[in-house]
Design a protein around this ligand. Structure first.
Ligand SMILES: NC(=O)c1ccc[n+]([C@@H]2O[C@H](COP(=O)([O-])OP(=O)(O)OC[C@H]3O[C@@H](n4cnc5c(N)ncnc54)[C@H](OP(=O)(O)O)[C@@H]3O)[C@@H](O)[C@H]2O)c1
Length: 176
């Protein structure tokens, strides 16, 4: 008999369990991150803000040791939101090895490692929410690198949601 499997990206069955969470927001000073912080704060959530170069907690997504250190100092966490990730725009023939490497190491592997390093540190039953972008589904001119890593983030999250089922939810938000 076929079984209906709940989508790993679905809403949690009991939203009350998510009340008053302590949420790490990476990229909290950015356009999207600052709006996320505002919205979550208005809903009574306890936010731990993280930037790259700000005065509070900082992290470099392209440096796994930096992500480990962030978790070591952040304390108890119920959820992680990443609204950061650098990827390089430019025509394919003009993208250098360094451009592609930075896109992979920062926006892709940075978000992958936020989850890998957070397993066992973030409270079980919590969630990880990553950011891709509309270009991951519909590339346009001079966006190969950005589109590539965005699509990889989305596919990684689908697989991670399966592997972490019953421990964490894994989500991706794709801003237009
Ligand atoms: N805005 C859009 O319309 C849009 C559309 C599609 C996709 N996206 C995606 O959404 C994400 C956020 O976009 P945004 O426009 O909000 O970006 P943003 O305004 O440029 O903000 C970027 C945030 O990331 C932090 N950051 C920069 N480099 C970092 C690093 N190496 N490690 C950790 N944090 C770093 C910045 O901290 P500092 O302030 O300290 O530098 C800042 O808080 C990106 O992945 C972007 O590709 C955005």
């Amino acid at each position: 008999m076929n079984q209906v499997r709940t989508s790993p990206l679905a809403e949690p069955p009991d939203r009350k369990k998510l009340a008053r969470m302590r949420i790490l927001v990476v990229g909290s000073s950015g356009t999207i991150g600052s709006a996320v912080v505002k919205a979550l704060s208005e809903h009574g959530q306890d936010i731990v803000e993280v930037t790259h170069s700000g005065g509070g907690l900082t992290v470099d997504l392209s440096d796994t040791a930096s992500i480990e250190a962030l978790y070591d100092t952040a304390g108890k966490l119920d959820a992680v939101v990443c609204a950061a990730g650098v990827a390089q725009f430019g025509p394919l023939e003009e993208l250098s090895d360094a451009d592609l490497a930075q896109s992979i190491e920062n926006k892709l592997m940075g978000q992958v490692n936020l989850i890998r390093c957070g397993i066992g540190r973030v409270t079980e039953g919590g969630s990880f929410t990553l950011t891709s972008g509309g270009l991951s589904q519909k590339p346009t001119a001079a966006t190969t690198s950005v589109s590539m890593v965005g699509a990889a983030v989305e596919t990684f999250a689908k697989g991670a949601a399966i592997d972490l089922e019953n421990r964490y939810r894994v989500n991706v938000v794709s801003p237009g």
